[in-house]
Structure formats: structure tokens, C-alpha cells
Design a protein around this ligand. Structure first.
Ligand code: SAH
Length: 251
């Protein structure tokens, strides 16, 4: 039986997951609380990564080394970059890249030295399963989120996108900066601060990895607006609903 490692970037997202685990046991490693238990009879270890690439890489390493998870899923929020990737949509990564990694001219820009890769592929099977889970969870935002949040954030027809997610140690909160990112990486759908680091760790260990991100902002001058409220009211509920649909889809 497989054991899923689930990494969340923010506390309310983790709380929504723990609410659904009837039997979680807590173990603290390197200041992180790892929660082992079950969801619909499937083994799960859930943990909060905190924010940023190093924090996420440390969390992922212990998750793989100490809990022997055989797949890793990251859930969080992100800023939308590509046109049409709107607040309330979900992006499932097909590839992940560190947009702030640049060892040029020694190596091509974005390439991780000595690995020879700039883009880490997400596991195709796991990502497809998560994308279908997202589609079923997002069919009715009203049912998943309730009327208040649906109206407040205008989430009537959320979409599921699949493509490149870029990560860096920077909260992108100006239109000028997101324009620079869009110009340099035109196929990037969303920007966040952890995914590509976890993808690199999983690549090194040979563990399948997938990531899903609810779009909380457009990585522009309004990116800070009601961030916390969006996470509580929308992103955490989406994460829980998507995982619920994912686990129900497993045999
Ligand atoms: N201002 C926030 C902190 C931002 S942390 C607060 O009040 O808590 C941002 C988290 O959301 C990180 O986990 C990151 O992965 C993700 N994220 C969401 N929008 C982002 C953006 N525009 N740029 C970078 N990361 C973003």
C-alpha cells in the first residue's frame, strides 16, 4: 500500500487536512510537526513546510527519509502569471523551475548545476489524478466553499490549468516584477515559493511528485489584498475537497 506525503505551505491548509484525519499521530523533526494517519483508509503523512525554498526542501527531505513516503504532493496558493489564470483557479504543475536560480555564464540560466536540468517534471500519473480530482472539486464552488466566499471572491467558474509553475524566494507583489517573469518565462502559469525546491528533492530521491496551487492573487500590485482571508475561506477548503476527491478515486 502506498504512503502519501502531503506538504502544505500555510497553517490553515494543513488544519483543513488534519480535520479529515481521524487518527493522526504527531512527531516533531527539525521544528516541523509531521502528522501520520489515514484518510479513507489510505496512509498519509501531512506536514507544514513553512515558506520558501530551503524550508520546503528540508521538510521534503525529512518526509522522504524518516517516513518513507512513496509519493509527495504539495498543496498551496500561488500568484497567477499567464493571462487567463485567475484568482480562484487551480494550477496543477506539469513542470517546475526555480526562477531565481542563475549560475550563468557557467551554466544556462535556471539550470541546477550538476543535475543538468532546469525544469523538473511532475509525475504524470499522479498529476492527472489530481487534476481530475480538482475538476470534480471545482464543479460547484458554491457547494465546496459556501455562498459567502463564492460571492466575495467572485468564484463562479473556476478553471483547472496544467503547466509550468515557477518558484523563488520572493513574494511577487508588483506588476513590474510579474511582467519581467512573464517575459523571461512566457509559458509559466503561476509563481510561488516552494514547489520547484520540493521537485528537486523528489527528483534526487526518485520519489514521484505532484503539486497543486490555488491562485490567490495575480502577483501584481494588489497581491497582498485579503491574502489571509482567501487562504481561510477558499484555498484551504479547495485543498481539502481536492484531496477528498483524490482519495475517493483510489481503489
Ligand atoms: N503576505 C503573506 C505571506 C506571503 S507568503 C502573508 O500575509 O502571510 C506567500 C505564500 O503563498 C508562499 O507559500 C508562496 O508559495 C505563495 N504565494 C502566493 N502568491 C504568491 C506570489 N504572488 N508570489 C510568490 N509566492 C506566492
Amino acid at each position: 500500500m502506498s504512503r502519501l506525503g502531503l506538504i502544505a505551505a500555510l497553517r490553515p491548509e494543513l488544519a483543513a487536512v488534519l480535520d479529515r484525519m481521524p487518527d493522526e499521530r504527531r512527531q516533531v523533526i527539525a521544528g516541523r510537526e509531521y502528522w501520520s494517519g489515514h484518510w479513507h483508509g489510505h496512509e498519509l503523512v501531512a506536514v507544514l513546510s513553512r515558506i520558501g525554498k530551503v524550508a520546503a526542501a528540508t521538510t521534503a527531505t525529512a518526509l522522504i527519509e524518516r517516513f518513507a513516503v512513496d509519493q509527495v504532493v504539495f498543496t498551496g496558493v500561488a500568484g497567477g502569471l499567464a493571462p487567463g489564470v485567475a484568482v480562484g483557479d487551480v494550477v496543477v504543475a506539469s513542470e517546475l523551475l526555480q526562477h531565481d536560480l542563475d549560475v550563468s555564464p557557467l551554466f544556462p540560466r535556471y539550470e541546477v548545476p550538476l543535475i543538468g536540468l532546469s525544469r523538473f517534471s511532475a509525475d504524470a500519473t499522479l498529476s492527472q489524478a489530481l487534476a481530475s480530482a480538482c475538476r470534480s472539486a471545482l464543479v460547484s464552488p458554491l457547494e465546496t466553499l459556501g455562498r459567502e466566499a463564492t460571492v466575495e471572491f467572485n468564484l463562479h467558474t473556476p478553471r483547472v490549468h496544467q503547466g509550468l509553475i515557477v518558484s523563488g524566494d520572493r513574494f511577487v507583489a508588483t506588476s513590474a516584477e510579474s511582467r519581467v517573469l512573464r517575459d523571461a518565462l512566457p509559458d509559466a502559469l503561476a509563481v510561488e515559493m516552494e514547489g520547484a525546491a520540493v521537485a528537486q528533492v523528489c527528483h534526487d530521491y526518485g520519489v514521484p511528485f505532484a503539486a497543486l496551487r490555488t491562485i490567490s492573487d495575480r502577483a501584481d500590485d494588489a497581491a497582498h489584498v485579503d491574502f489571509q482571508r482567501f487562504i481561510d475561506q477558499v484555498a484551504s477548503r479547495y485543498s481539502a475537497a481536492v484531496l477528498e476527491a483524490y482519495f475517493s478515486s483510489l481503489a
